[in-house]
Design a protein around this ligand. Structure first.
Ligand SMILES: CC(C)CCC[C@@H](C)[C@H]1CC[C@H]2[C@@H]3CC=C4C[C@@H](O)CC[C@]4(C)[C@H]3CC[C@]12C
Length: 878
């Protein structure tokens, strides 16, 4: 059927013939992300697909569209649509494109009755087209629509229409956004007249651009509520499909229940395909999700050995339903297939629902966070602010009263800490906490002491009574931390360094991460080339340097005579390196090329740092820093595991610190970092696992730190919680500390209980600048006095990173391609010559535990001084 276009004239004037290129048609900057393999086959494939960029409009045109009330004309007609995975093939569907929303129904009749099968906001989707195959892919990050037109004419018409509607919808959003801001400022003006509001109004109206940017940053991170509605609509469709499949299964067999073995077999079959979905499923249609381990938890644990990973289980489907879904004993191939389809569809449903749940709860938490951090309150009335503070204090007081009344130990806190701890924890120390999935063993320690002291010799703790005090303790730490002053970085270390970046960060919410991640499952993501808009203008060697932001903790450690207390400072330093992660989940660091270096001289902090990319396959970054008070070094490489919804980063390599005054050599491991909701804008980072700090030169004490994994369904009191203890040689707890890696660490066993670390305040408008701390902002700064001193391999001189920092995203993308291509050419050349790259400032060695480590060869600073890097030949990396 021909499309029914209400005002065809407008389109026709824009329409191009099959061999022409429609407006807005550009070679995609990031089309290469679809395939990183260098095989000519995949390159060919890449060329076939092109990502549509937006139609460019001059200002007047955009103004016109804004005020022009006429919407782009509706476009409707039949198109082919790929069937939902796991079903194969294409079917004809009736599509209607109206005001930027593409809806489809089974047929025109259904459409007229309002029976929709799905809809997508085309302005939010990445649109890729394949002229030859007349195909259009719309990727919203959550769903991927594969559409095909029957003829070339139809194809070009739809592509043009989609482009126009995308542009229209985006302008509409901008228009609403502006109106919203206008309304806000009008509101503020009214507020200004009111006495009680005066102060607030001044703050918020002082800088309308910044406010505008803040609102837009917020909106950027907020998932469109329409997405939730769409996701729910899809659930409804899935449910009816599911019903059909179940009916079909029933009609095939008489519905006898399966034995466990059969179900397990099917389960394990699915499990196998989880690890590495085949390429052809890399880009599955519709929900585009491979089954994740998490979702397998949905099967009844009775039937299946639940394999929810690291404790993030999702609630089980009730046994009654699961048994209904059980495959028949006489499972013919067809019914088995059906059963598998049912499973897949149920899992998809479950994923959709949990995505909706997560989107809503994320938004709720963001609002809650903004509220508690005062950001929102600043912009409301002073009275409400005061009221909130009073309420918080009252709440805190009541919690503290609870802690005291619950405490059976009537002694003062002090005596409990010092005396009881040493005696009693010997018993509990035989119990090794299971790190990742426990919420708060550390907080238990205190209560264990009370309980065991009182009478309980069984060693079993009462779960219900244990859980409440845990939260009290976390609460207590939080309360103590909130009272400790937070220092502004600049205030503390007045440097002449820059306090902001030149350009604000680009919006990357439109990038279709799904295809990138799914197409590279199992690959080392640090070797996968991604579009530069996903990057932040720092690289991984610089991220390692960021771990020195709180180097003053090492200075303090080197001035602390008591070895146990010293360990507390080392532990706080180990935790402080994670602090910045709270604000850094929207972009990824640049992957350094082999031989790239980065130096960081901080006279204000008394250290100098050098890092080098010493290996490409696997990628390894090595670094070394020295100061009067410490030496710090590590070599890191990361493995990653993509679970469908989250991305785990598993670091290998130890961190080392030596303190010259006491001859200590501390060594510790890093925990797992997990990017939750990696595919959505509701991304956030979690760190979990256990860190053990050892002093290799003295076995007097060790330290265990647990980064607690938050509970999926629990309250969020323990989100980002960290707990730790310093143990003496016999395993007695000497010190205990805890808190949150994003809020600070409190140690209540020190002679003077105190907050030992608290993150610096973020700079103004950090959200507009990649979430960088001041320390991070300073890293890539290139001052004229520094330029001649740096080797040409220094990151500050890397052109793509510099361009990105300056906001030249397109140019940066081009340059990034060049830099990566050059690296490839160098590697090929070396391989041809049968040579191996030899790092310049680090050497490979083996530590006492037999691990391969990279240590400084001590030449960097000497060469820098004499004869100077510009006088010696260095690698030409870019
Ligand atoms: C695809 C993109 C846009 C999603 C964002 C991914 C971001 C959040 C990921 C990509 C690389 C990751 C980093 C890789 C390595 C390390 C070192 C480790 O010791 C601490 C975590 C840290 C610093 C990771 C933090 C999270 C990280 C920055």
């Amino acid at each position: 059927m021909e499309p029914n276009v209400s005002s065809l004239d407008r389109i026709k004037s824009r329409m191009c013939g099959p061999d022409q290129t429609p407006a807005g048609w550009h070679r995609p900057a990031h089309s290469r992300s679809r395939s990183t393999s260098s095989s000519s086959h995949s390159r060919q494939k890449v060329k076939v697909w092109e990502v549509m960029e937006d139609l460019r409009m001059d200002k007047s045109a955009s103004e016109e569209t804004r005020h022009d009330v006429s919407y782009p004309s509706i476009c409707e007609g039949y198109l082919m649509k790929k069937r939902k995975w796991p079903l194969k093939g294409w079917h004809k569907r009736y599509f209607v494109l109206e005001k930027g929303i593409l809806r489809y129904s089974k047929n025109q009749y259904d459409n007229s009755k309002g029976k929709l099968r799905g809809s997508v906001d085309v302005s939010l989707a990445v649109m890729s087209v394949n002229k030859k195959a007349r195909r259009i892919d719309l990727d919203t990050g959550h769903i991927l629509y594969h559409i095909m037109a029957k003829s070339h004419d139809l194809f070009y018409m739809w592509v043009n229409k989609l482009s126009i509607h995308r542009m229209y919808k985006r302008n509409e959003v901008a228009f609403i956004h502006n109106g919203f801001l206008q309304a806000l400022s009008q509101d503020r003006n009214t507020a200004q007249r009111k006495n009680s509001m005066q102060e607030t109004a001044k703050i918020s109206s002082a800088n309308p651009e910044i406010n505008e940017a803040k609102v837009s940053a917020w909106l950027q991170q907020t998932q469109d509520p329409d997405n939730c509605t769409q996701e729910l609509n899809r659930c409804q469709t899935d449910l009816s499909d599911l019903k059909l499949l179940v009916q079909k299964l029933h009609s095939l067999d008489s519905g006898q229940a399966a034995n466990n073995g059969e179900l397990q077999r099917i389960h394990s079959m699915q499990n196998l395909s989880l690890e590495k979905p085949k390429k052809k499923y890399g880009k599955i249609w519709g929900h585009n999700r491979t089954l994740s381990r998490d979702t397998l938890g949905m099967f009844s644990s009775k039937h299946l050995s639940a394999s929810s990973h690291l404790g993030t289980s999702v609630p089980s489907i009730p046994d009654s339903i699961s048994s209904q879904l059980a495959p028949p004993v006489s499972s013919s191939f067809e019914s088995q297939k059906l059963f598998q389809d049912i499973c897949t569809m149920s899992q998809r449903l479950q994923m959709s629902l949990s995505a909706v749940h997560e989107a809503l709860s994320q938004e709720y938490h963001r609002i809650q966070e903004a509220w508690t951090s005062g950001e929102l309150r600043q912009n409301t009335s002073v009275q409400i602010n005061n009221l909130c503070t009073t309420l918080t204090e009252l709440d805190m007081q009541s919690h503290q009263t609870q802690i005291h009344s619950r405490s059976e130990c009537s002694d003062s806190e002090e005596s409990f800490h010092t005396v009881t701890l040493r005696k009693s924890v010997r018993r509990s120390s035989s119990f090794t906490p299971s790190v990742a999935d426990s919420t708060a063993e550390y907080f238990d320690a205190c209560n264990d002491i009370h309980r065991t002291e009182a009478s309980d010799e069984s060693g079993l703790s009462d779960a219900s009574s244990a859980s409440e005090p845990d939260e009290d303790r976390a609460w207590k730490y939080r309360a103590s931390l909130s009272k400790a002053p937070t220092k502004l970085r600049q205030g503390q270390w007045s440097t002449s360094r820059r306090t902001s970046l030149l350009a604000t960060c680009p919006d990357n919410s439109h990038v279709g991460l799904i295809s990138i991640l799914y197409n590279n499952i199992g690959k080392d993501l640090s070797l996968v080339s991604m579009p530069v808009v996903l990057n932040e203008p720092v690289n991984l060697i610089q991220r390692l340097c960021e771990e020195l932001e709180y180097s003053e903790l090492l200075d303090t450690a080197n001035e602390t005579d008591d070895p146990y207390q010293r360990m507390v400072y080392i532990a706080a330093f180990a935790i402080s390196g994670y602090g910045t992660a709270q604000y850094r989940n929207r972009y990824k660091p640049f992957n350094p090329v082999l031989g790239e270096t980065f130096e960081c001289v901080r006279e204000d902090r008394g250290f100098r740092y050098i890092g080098e990319q010493v290996s490409h396959h696997p990628p390894i970054s090595a670094c070394h820093a020295v100061s009067e008070n410490f030496c710090f070094w590590q070599d890191q490489r990361w493995r990653n595991r993509f679970w469908g919804k989250s991305l785990e980063i598993i670091p290998t390599g130890m961190v080392n610190v030596t303190l010259p005054k006491y001859g200590d050599h501390y060594e510790w491991n890093k925990v797992v970092t997990c990017v939750q909701n990696v595919l959505s804008q509701q991304r956030y980072l979690e760190h979990y696992g256990e860190v053990v700090i050892r002093n290799l030169n003295n076995s007097l004490c060790t330290c265990n730190i647990t980064f607690v994994k938050s509970r999926y369904w629990g309250s969020d009191t323990n989100k980002n919680a960290v707990q730790g203890q310093v143990l003496d040689q016999s395993g007695n707890v000497v010190h205990r500390f805890g808190g949150f890696w994003h809020e600070g660490i409190f140690c209540d066993t020190l002679p003077n209980p105190q907050c030992i670390w608290k993150p610096h305040l973020q700079p103004k408008d950090y959200n507009l600048y990649y979430g960088f701390s001041s320390f991070a902002m300073e890293m890539n700064e290139l001052t004229p006095d520094l330029t001649p001193l740096l080797p040409l391999t220094d990151t500050r001189l890397r052109p793509d990173q510099r361009l990105l920092e300056e906001g030249e995203v397109k140019e940066a993308d081009k340059k990034k391609d060049e830099v990566e291509e050059k690296q490839r050419a160098r590697r090929k050349l070396l391989a041809k010559k049968g040579e191996e790259h030899i790092p310049r400032f680090f050497r490979k060695s083996v530590d006492d535990a037999g691990r391969e480590v990279w240590l400084t060869n001590g030449t960097y600073w000497k060469l820098r001084e004499n004869p100077g890097f510009r006088k010696i030949k260095t690698l030409e990396l870019w």
